[in-house]
Design a protein around this ligand. Structure first.
Ligand code: ATP
Ligand code: MG
Ligand code: ZN
Ligand code: MG
Length: 456
């Protein structure tokens, strides 16, 4: 990419989340990720200088590269690089993409002032050698959310030990008009490692994707999806069947996603993997539609190298729960009020480097009293923030059909496909977000209790 010769006509709208907007290059396998601001937060109140914006993006990249990548595994994370783009280009780009943006995202505007962005590989595509087939790759993005029940002693509401956060949050979101239908997806089913439960979880995501599932180049309509998928699954069960029933096509597709989620991250692995097990009580959610009596082989665990296991391990760094973290946060706040200069030493706003990583690891042994008081408390908060990032990330799985003869012999489970798995959206969660999380947690739990239990 030649930064001095950027042309908005080479880029198109790709997607966006709450914080950033992404455009993809028409020819190259690249995307640009640009930050967004609340639209009422107009230029004059936005005091941020270009230099501050640059630091902010650099922080995001560092956090992904030096904190999340070592924790989640080199092969899954692509941190990209910070780029300074010509302002003309960014302004033209912003005008060009505006009409393609979904209405519900237009409460924010793209940053056209700093010219800073992140350049990343386009993870919806596979490197060219896999693309000999005429069919384009199929790409699935899953935002799995938190995959375990908390066990912290600090928890005050018993239902948090029985019903997972996602399932409780659904009731709150429905009441607030965020979504019109309850999702039947439960993250604990997806993270269970049981193929049956994962299958049900993925089916439920397909039926009500909300913002937890996205299939690229596809409408969220099941019959259209089946039409699109049919040519990829012509040889199902060894029979040539051009009129494969829709149900069978979907079922093949869901199984394919399942095995990518349980694999070591690409299609070239084999052998019996080592497993990650978490204790029985934390793996089933009472609100899941999957019938408990059907859980046959209890708790099969996740292959250690699988993307789900990597994400779950980092999510579980949240071992105190927000109810345990909030009091520590307040103590650090008090300390910082007294000693404001300590903010830098405690790396409250970064930089996200090796020493921050050590702080996160210190959090793990804080209880033994070997760590200085404020550093110890702050590191537990940092550890919580890292877990929060893992609870909010997305998994991107890209499948490309491949010819029988170039098919990998080890890939017997998914004949006809090669794939790659990545993790994206690994931004740091702001330190100041803790009080908000604390309030939100109690709102969600209280609402859940009120809406599911009849009043006496
Ligand atoms: P959220 O609201 O989930 O926190 P966000 O604003 O932080 O989202 P991202 O999730 O990083 O933004 O990016 C928005 C969307 O852009 C993603 O959901 C994904 O579909 C797409 N995207 C981001 N990075 C890439 C990439 N490297 N390759 C392909 N698509 C990408
Ligand atoms: Mg996202
Ligand atoms: Zn649940
Ligand atoms: Mg994000």
């Amino acid at each position: 990419m030649e930064l001095d010769k950027m042309d908005e006509n080479d880029w198109k709208y790709h997607g966006e989340g709450n914080k950033s907007l992404v455009v993809s290059h028409l020819q190259h396998c690249q995307v640009l990720r640009l930050l967004k601001f609340p639209s009422e937060d107009s230029a004059h109140t936005r005091q941020q200088t270009a230099e501050q914006a640059f630091r902010h993006i650099l922080n995001i990249m560092d956090y992904s590269k030096y904190i999340m990548k070592p924790l989640l595994g080199e092969k899954y994370v692509h941190s990209g690089e910070v780029v300074r783009l010509p302002l003309d280009f960014v302004r033209e780009l912003s005008l060009k993409v505006q009409q393609e943006r979904p209405e519900l995202r237009c409460d924010k505007v793209m940053d056209t002032f700093s010219g800073c962005g992140l350049c990343l590989p386009n993870l919806t595509q596979l490197p060219l050698q896999h693309l000999r087939d005429h069919r384009p790759p199929i790409c699935v993005e899953i935002k799995p959310k938190c995959g375990f029940l908390p066990w912290s002693r600090q928890i005050t509401k018993e239902c948090k030990r029985k019903v997972c956060r996602f399932c409780m949050h659904q009731h709150y979101k429905l009441a607030n008009g965020k979504w019109k239908r309850l999702s039947r997806y439960c993250p604990l089913d997806l993270f269970s490692g049981s193929k049956q439960r994962m299958y049900v979880a993925l089916k439920n995501l397909l039926e009500e994707p909300q913002n937890n599932l996205k299939i690229f180049k596809q409408q969220p309509d099941l019959s259209e999806l089946i039409q699109h998928l049919r040519p990829y699954f012509l040889h199902t069960n060894g029979l040539f069947n051009g009129h494969q029933p829709g149900k069978a096509v979907l079922s093949e597709f869901v199984q394919l996603i399942c095995s990518a989620l349980l694999s070591g991250g690409d299609s070239n692995r084999s052998g019996e993997p080592r497993k990650m097990h978490i204790s029985e009580g934390r793996v089933h959610c009472e609100a899941s539609p999957f019938p408990r009596e059907l859980i046959r082989n209890g708790n099969p665990g996740l292959p250690k190298e699988s993307v789900l296991s990597k994400i779950l391990q980092v999510q579980m760094l949240d071992n105190l729960d927000i109810e345990g973290v909030y009091p520590l946060y307040k103590r650090v706040e008090q300390y910082l009020e007294e000693f404001p200069k300590e903010r830098n030493r405690l790396q409250v706003d970064g930089p996200y480097n090796e020493s921050f990583m050590d702080t996160v690891k210190n959090g793990l042994k804080e209880d033994d009293g070997s760590v200085e008081y404020a550093v110890g408390k702050a590191s537990l908060v940092h550890q919580y923030r890292v877990a929060m990032t893992a609870k909010d990330c997305s998994i991107m799985i890209t499948f490309a059909p491949c010819d029988e003869d170039e098919e990998n012999e080890l890939n017997l489970e998914n004949p006809g496909f090669t794939y790659s798995v990545s993790i994206l959206d690994l931004d740091p969660k702001p330190y100041e977000g803790v009080p908000h999380q604390y309030k939100l947690d109690s709102k969600i739990v209280n609402y859940y209790l009120r809406s599911t239990q009849a009043l006496p």
